[in-house]
Design a protein around this ligand. Structure first.
Ligand code: AOF
Ligand code: ZN
Length: 367
C-alpha cells in the first residue's frame, strides 16, 4: 500500500516539477509534496534559479504540519550552500519524519550527501520512486552539471523520404500545426537554439517561442564560420533574446565590430575553415547554456552527428514523399559510413503522434 501511495504523491511532485521545466535556467526542475496523515499539507516547485528550492516552498506552506510528515521530492535534497541554504538541513529542522526521493542529484556538490545527511539525523529515506521519469525530466541538467557542456538535442522536420525541403528549396510547411506548436514547447524548455548560417540566410528566422504556453525565448546561437550573418537579420535586430555567433579566424574584423555594436556576442571557435564544434560546446557551456536545441539544416545536423556531439534526436516525420534526389536536401548530411554495421544506432526509441505526423525520439549511441 505504501508503495502505491509513494508513486501517487511522487507523480504529483513530478507534475509540479515539470510545470516549471524550462524556467529554471541551468538549475533542475524539482517538485515537492508534503503529506501528513493522508492529506497534502504543502506543495512546491523550484521556479527560478537563485530563488527558493522546491522543498522550501512546500515546507513554508506546511508550517507546523511538517513535523512528523512525509516529504516527496523529485530530486535528492541539496546539502550545499549555493545561492540558497541546504534543503536537507531545513527538512531536519522542521522534524520531517520520512523523505521519499525520485532521483539522486548528480551535482558533485551533492551526489548522495543530501540523503546521507537526512539518514544521519534519523529521517527515514526511500529513494528511487519514479526515478526514470525524474531523470528524463532533468536529462540536460544531469549532463551539464558533471561535464559543463550542453545537452544537445537535434530536431528535424522531414518528409517520409527524409527530405527537409523540395528540390526548389520550398519547405513551408512540411509538418502540421500541432507538430510545429510542440517545437515551440521544446524551444521553451531549452536554454539556447543552435542554427547554421545557411538557415539564417535562407529563412531569416526569429527562433522565438510563439506558438506555445509557457513561452520563454531561448538564446539564439548561429554557426557562421566566415561571419556572413547580415546586420539586418531578425536575430540581430529583434532584441527578442540574446544572439551569439560562433565563428573562426576567417571572420572579417569590421563585420565582427558591427555585430558586437548591435549587441551580438561573437565567439571565436578556432582557426577554421569550419567552426570547431567540439570547442564551441565548451564555450557555450561557459555561457551556462546547459541545453541546446538544434534547428538547422542537414549540414549542421550531419556535422554534429559526425562529431558525436548529439545526445538526443527528435525527428518529426510528415506523411509526405517529395523526392528530388540530390537537389532536395536531407535531414542528416555527412560523409557517412561504408558498412551498415558502422551506422549510428539510436536507443530508447519512442514514438508520439501529432495528428498524422509522427515524432520519433531516440538517443544516439556512439561505439
Ligand atoms: C534541491 N531542491 O528544488 C533544486 C535543487 O544555486 P542553488 O542554491 O539554487 O543550488 C543549485 C543546485 O541545487 C543545483 O545545481 C542542484 O544540485 C540543486 N537543485 N536541489 O534540493 C531544488 N532545484
Ligand atoms: Zn535544495
Amino acid at each position: 500500500m505504501e508503495l502505491i501511495n509513494d508513486e501517487y504523491y511522487m507523480r504529483l511532485a513530478l507534475q509540479l516539477a515539470s510545470s516549471a521545466s524550462g524556467q529554471t535556467g541551468i538549475n533542475p526542475a524539482v517538485g515537492c509534496v508534503i503529506v501528513k496523515d493522508g492529506r497534502i499539507v504543502g506543495m512546491g516547485a523550484h521556479l527560478k534559479r537563485g530563488e527558493a528550492h522546491a522543498e522550501v516552498h512546500a515546507l513554508n506552506m506546511a508550517g507546523a504540519e511538517a513535523e512528523g510528515a512525509t516529504a516527496y521530492v523529485t530530486l535528492e535534497p541539496c546539502s550545499h550552500h549555493g545561492r540558497t541554504p541546504p534543503c536537507s538541513d531545513r527538512l531536519i529542522r522542521e522534524r520531517v519524519k520520512r523523505v521519499v526521493v525520485a532521483a539522486t542529484d548528480p551535482n558533485p556538490l551533492v551526489a548522495g550527501s543530501g540523503l546521507e545527511r537526512l539518514r544521519a539525523h534519523g529521517l527515514e529515506v526511500t529513494q528511487g520512486v519514479l526515478e526514470g521519469e525524474a531523470n528524463l525530466l532533468n536529462e540536460a541538467f544531469n549532463k551539464f552539471i558533471v561535464t559543463r557542456r550542453p545537452f544537445v538535442t537535434v530536431k528535424t522536420a522531414s518528409t517520409l523520404d527524409g527530405k527537409i525541403a523540395a528540390k526548389t528549396g520550398d519547405s513551408k510547411w512540411i509538418t502540421n500545426d500541432a507538430s510545429r506548436s510542440f517545437v515551440h514547447t521544446l524551444r521553451h524548455r531549452h536554454l539556447a537554439i543552435l542554427t547554421g548560417i545557411g538557415t539564417v540566410l535562407a529563412d531569416d528566422p526569429a527562433l522565438t517561442t510563439r506558438l506555445s504556453v509557457p513561452g520563454l525565448n531561448p538564446m539564439r546561437v548561429v554557426v557562421d564560420s566566415a561571419l556572413r550573418i547580415p546586420p539586418d537579420a531578425q536575430l540581430v535586430r529583434d532584441g527578442a533574446a540574446p544572439t551569439v555567433v560562433l565563428t573562426t579566424d576567417r571572420a572579417p574584423e569590421a563585420r565582427r565590430r558591427e555585430l558586437e555594436a548591435r549587441g551580438v556576442t561573437v565567439i571565436d571557435c578556432g582557426p577554421g575553415p569550419a567552426v570547431d564544434l567540439y570547442a564551441a560546446m565548451a564555450k557555450l557551456g561557459e555561457l551556462e547554456i546547459g541545453s541546446l536545441l538544434v534547428e538547422g539544416g542537414g549540414k549542421l545536423n550531419g556535422a554534429l552527428l559526425a562529431a558525436r556531439l548529439v545526445d538526443k534526436l527528435v525527428l518529426f516525420l510528415a506523411p509526405k514523399i517529395i523526392g528530388g534526389g540530390a537537389l532536395a536536401p536531407g535531414s542528416m548530411d555527412f560523409a557517412g559510413f561504408e558498412r551498415m554495421g558502422e551506422a549510428i544506432r539510436l536507443e530508447r526509441m519512442s514514438v508520439q503522434s501529432f495528428g498524422e505526423d509522427l515524432c520519433i525520439t531516440g538517443y544516439p549511441q556512439y561505439a
